[in-house]
Design a protein around this ligand. Structure first.
Ligand SMILES: Cc1ncc(COP(=O)(O)O)c(C=O)c1O
Length: 425
C-alpha cells in the first residue's frame, strides 16, 4: 500500500470506525514541494484547486508550504477564509457568481471572471478595478466530455474569439485585465502543455496590463499500475523557452524588467490524489451463481467516492483480512470480484470498466470475508469533496490525517444523523 501499513489500518479502523478517509501529511507536503519547484523563468505561484479536497487541515498544510488557493465558488472562498487563509492568497474561478462578490473582493479575495456576464458584473461593482479573466483557448484535453474543460464542448471561460468584447467591457468600466487563466486540464504530456501554453501566451500578448498568467491544473497522477504520471520538472522545462520569449517581448515593450510578473499553476489532483485512501468494511458477500459474478459489498461507495460511478475512474483496491492478530492470516487465495457500494443504486460500483461507468470489470483480490477491511487508494482528490453525501441517509464519513510522525489525527468528525437532519423544518 502507498502509505498505510496493515497495523495502521487495523488501529485507525478500531479508533475511528469505517468508512473513514485517511490522508498522509508527508505525501501532501512532498507533492507541494514538487509544485513549488516547477521550473519557470519567473516568479511562480502554485495555487491549490481546493475543490479537490477542501478540508481545513489540508488547506492549512498547503498554506504553510506557501501555496495559494483556487476557490470554485463563493462558499469555497469563505471556507478558505474560515480556515485562516489570507484573502489575497485566494482567487475565485467559479461557474456561478458568488452572491457576495462585492464583500469577498472588498476583503481582498481575487476574482477571475469566467464569462462576459461575470466581467460586466465585476465592472459594475468595481469600476476602475483590476481583474483576471478565464479564457477558453479553443482546445481541451480532458479524457472525455465529463472532464473536458476547454474547447468548443466546454462552457468554462470566455471563448478566445471574444477578446474584443472583453476589451469593450474593460473600456466601459475602466478595468485593467491583469490576470489571464486558461485551465484546459492538460494531462501529462509536455508537448500538449507546450501547445496549450503557446495558445495562452498568444492571448497574453493581447492584454497589455497582464501581470499574472495561470496555466491551470490537470497534471496527471498515476493511481493504477502502468499509468504514467505528469513529470512537473519535464513540463516546466519544456515550457520555459516559450515563457522566456514572451517575457523578453514584455520587458522590451514596457522598457523595464519583469519583476511584477508571475506565472501560476493550479493543480488539484496532483497535490492530493495519492495522499488519500478510504478504509471501509466488507459488509456482505453475494454471488449470482455459476457463470455469474461474485460481489463484495462495502459500507462505503458513492457516498464517499463518486468518480468510478461518474467517469468509470479506476482506483487501487485491496482486501486486508481482519483480526490477523487473532490467528487468521491471508490464505493467499484470490478471487475475481465486483466491488459495490452500500447504496440502493445499481450505479454504486467501485469496479466499473475503465472510462465506462456503465461497464463492469472484475478485480482479482485476496479472498474476502465479511468483516475484512477494504482499502481504496488514490482517493485524496474529488472524493470527500465530491461524494453523493447523505444519499440513502448515510452520514458523511470521518477524515483522519496521518501526521509526519505517524500519528493519526481526526480532522473531520463523522456526521451524525441529527446533523444531517438539522435544517429540516
Ligand atoms: C479552474 C480550475 N483550476 C484547477 C483545476 C484542477 O484540476 P486538477 O484537479 O485536474 O488538477 C480545475 C479542475 O477542473 C479547474 O477547473
Amino acid at each position: 500500500m502507498r502509505f498505510l501499513t496493515e497495523p495502521q489500518i487495523e488501529s485507525i479502523r478500531e479508533r475511528f470506525g469505517t468508512p473513514v478517509y485517511v490522508y498522509d501529511q508527508r505525501t501532501l507536503e512532498e507533492a507541494a514541494d514538487r509544485v513549488r519547484a516547477f521550473p519557470v523563468p519567473c516568479r511562480l505561484v502554485g495555487r491549490f484547486a481546493m475543490k479537490a479536497l477542501p478540508t481545513a487541515a489540508v488547506l492549512r498544510i498547503f498554506d504553510a508550504k506557501g501555496l495559494h488557493i483556487d476557490a470554485s465558488s463563493g462558499f469555497e472562498a469563505e471556507r478558505a477564509l474560515a480556515a485562516g487563509i489570507a484573502p489575497e492568497k485566494i482567487q475565485i474561478t467559479a461557474q456561478e457568481l458568488p452572491k457576495d462578490l462585492k464583500g469577498l473582493v472588498q476583503r481582498g479575495v481575487l476574482f477571475n471572471a469566467c464569462s462576459l456576464h461575470q466581467l460586466r458584473r465585476f465592472g459594475e461593482l468595481f469600476p476602475g478595478g483590476e481583474v483576471s479573466i478565464r479564457v477558453n483557448p479553443g482546445l481541451g484535453s480532458g479524457h472525455n466530455n465529463r472532464t473536458n474543460v476547454g474547447g468548443p464542448s466546454s462552457s468554462f471561460g470566455i471563448w478566445h474569439e471574444k477578446l474584443a468584447l472583453v476589451q469593450t467591457l474593460a473600456r466601459e468600466f475602466d478595468l485593467r485585465i491583469t490576470g489571464l487563466h486558461t485551465h484546459v486540464g492538460s494531462g501529462g504530456d509536455p508537448e500538449v502543455w507546450k501547445h496549450c501554453a503557446a495558445l495562452s501566451l498568444g492571448i497574453a500578448q493581447q492584454l497589455p496590463d497582464l501581470n499574472r498568467l495561470s496555466l491551470g491544473g490537470g497534471f496527471k497522477v498515476a493511481r493504477m499500475p502502468g499509468e504514467k504520471a505528469a513529470d512537473l520538472d519535464a513540463i516546466g522545462r519544456a515550457l520555459s523557452p516559450q515563457i522566456a520569449e514572451y517575457l523578453d517581448g514584455r520587458s522590451r515593450a514596457r522598457g523595464r524588467a519583469n519583476d511584477d510578473f508571475q506565472l501560476e499553476i493550479e493543480p488539484g489532483t496532483y497535490l492530493v490524489a495519492l495522499a488519500g485512501a478510504i478504509l471501509c468494511e466488507v459488509i456482505d458477500l453475494v454471488d449470482t451463481g455459476a457463470g455469474g459474478n461474485r460481489f463484495i459489498k462495502i459500507d462505503s461507495g458513492m457516498t464517499e467516492l463518486l468518480r468510478p460511478s461518474l467517469y468509470g475512474a479506476q482506483h487501487p483496491i485491496a482486501v486486508v483480512p481482519r483480526y490477523r492478530e487473532n490467528g487468521r492470516t491471508a490464505s493467499g487465495d484470490e478471487d475475481d470480484y465486483l466491488v459495490v457500494g452500500h447504496c440502493c443504486e445499481s450505479g454504486d460500483i467501485l469496479t466499473p470498466a475503465p472510462g465506462d461507468p456503465e461497464g463492469l470489470t472484475h478485480r482479482r483480490l485476496a479472498r474476502a470475508e465479511i468483516g475484512d477491511t477494504l482499502v481504496i487508494e488514490g482517493t485524496g482528490a474529488y472524493a470527500s469533496g465530491m461524494a453523493a453525501s447523505n444519499y440513502n441517509s448515510f452520514p458523511k464519513a470521518a477524515e483522519v490525517l496521518i501526521e509526519r510522525d505517524g500519528t493519526p489525527r481526526l480532522i473531520r468528525k463523522r456526521q451524525t444523523l441529527a446533523q444531517s437532519l438539522e435544517n429540516e423544518l
